[in-house]
Design a protein around this ligand. Structure first.
Ligand code: PLP
Length: 389
């Protein structure tokens, strides 16, 4: 065991040197974008609870009622005894919302991506990802055993060139991208990417984790996955697709088959959140409106989603600015490699319908003052090659 601990300590020391060691900070989230750390009240700009629904009284009541009636856990895989009827109702709701014939709920968004790609592609096939794709899309691609290539971020021409060079050598081809990129807040040119996919007989999987409930316009891909844990305020993941594809996943997605079903409380909460989201367009419009207010105040490119990166560059500088913001009452996490490419550490600011205008203006002022002092430029750093760690 000595060698095991020595290994861990050596690795940690290396992470420490690069300002890349991560630590857990106990944080209590309250309603209205509030959070508390060590007894201090903060306004959080680091939650993906874009519509504030995780604290909506109706969503909480739905979860409480489901737990009281059906227990805290599902008790088994959905293919055994864990398929509570709430899950079917939630799948019907998600499919209707997305305009697909069917949907399948997974244990999380990460698990969905771990299961979907390997069920569609394997040895002799090709997976081509946008270079800035989320870690779980990479994980699914690698796990599939298919050849994995990338295309330049949001560049349909580069995707076409990659497919032109390799499509004939492989069996099936799958393209992976995100509607809204989680760390950059920009949006994929889906119309153009889908046209390329059509030209090369490739299938497209879009990760909609940061789109649903916030920015939903634009074309839909034949495979759209996402999470229940962001705008839907609960926990879990999903795939929306055709009936045949969903039926295939039910039998073949290993991260669906061999894992416990979602707790009934999580399903009931997501179902209630979906109903609220659909009934309240003004709530859905708010995160983007607040993000635009923020980018206007700071002279940043206009926001196109609820996520705005403030580029800093070096990991330590991003950590320092984040700590200074926390001292002023704002929770804004620093995002560092390997989550983002080296040299593009940043503050990731996430806006919610639960924020008010004064909070947004206060944060913009604090960031302007601090980044000026820290000598950071924005928007400066451009994404480099994706880290393979
Ligand atoms: C958060 C996120 C996921 C994972 O979803 P979870 O339900 O939290 O596991 C997947 N893809 C993207 C782009 C995400 O931001």
């Amino acid at each position: 065991m000595d060698s095991l601990d020595a290994f861990a300590r050596t690795k940690l020391a290396a992470l420490e040197v690069g300002s890349l060691r991560r630590r857990l900070v106990p944080t209590e989230r309250g309603s209205g974008a509030s959070a508390a750390r060590g007894g201090r009240a903060l306004v959080s700009f680091s939650c993906n609870d874009y519509l504030g629904l995780s604290h909506h009284p109706r969503v909480i009541a739905a979860a409480q009622d489901a737990a009281a009636r059906y227990g805290a856990g599902a008790g088994g895989s959905r293919l055994v005894t864990g398929d509570h009827p709430y899950l079917g109702a939630l799948e019907d709701g998600l499919a209707r919302h997305k305009g697909t014939a069917a949907a399948l709920v997974f244990g999380s968004g990460y698990l969905a991506n771990l299961g979907i790609t390997p069920a569609l592609a394997g040895r002799g096939d090709l997976v081509v990802l946008d270079e800035l794709s989320h870690a779980c899309m990479w994980a699914g691609a690698r796990l599939s055993g298919a050849r994995v290539l990338t295309f330049r971020h949001n560049d349909p021409g580069d995707l076409a060139a990659t497919l032109a060079a390799h499509r004939a050598e492989v069996g099936r081809a799958l393209i992976l991208t995100e509607r809204v990129f989680s760390m950059d807040g920009d949006r994929a040119p889906l119309g153009d990417l889908l046209a390329v996919a059509e030209d090369f007989d490739a299938w497209t999987l879009v990760d909609d984790a940061h789109g649903i409930g916030v920015v939903e316009d634009g074309p839909r891909a034949p495979l759209e996955m996402g999470t229940l844990s962001k705008a839907l305020g609960s926990y879990g993941g999903y795939l929306c697709a055709s009936r045949a594809v969903v039926d295939l996943m039910t039998s073949r997605a290993r991260s669906f088959v061999y894992t416990t079903g979602l707790p009934p409380a999580s399903a009931a909460a997501a179902l209630e959140a979906l109903a609220i989201l659909e009934a309240e367009p003004e709530r859905r419009a708010r995160p983007l409106a607040l993000a635009r207010r923020f980018t206007a105040r700071l002279g940043l490119p206009e926001a196109v989603s609820a996520v705005v990166p403030v580029m800093v560059g070096e990991a330590q500088a991003a950590l320092d600015i984040s700590a200074a913001l926390e001292a002023e009452g704002y929770l804004v996490v620093a995002i560092r490699p390997p989550t983002v490419p080296t040299g593009t550490a940043r503050l990731r600011v996430a806006f919610s319908a639960a924020h008010d205008e004064a909070q947004v203006d206060g944060l913009a002022e604090a960031i302007a003052a601090l980044t000026g002092r820290a000598g950071a430029h924005f928007p400066s750093a451009r994404p480099g090659p994706i880290p393979q760690a």
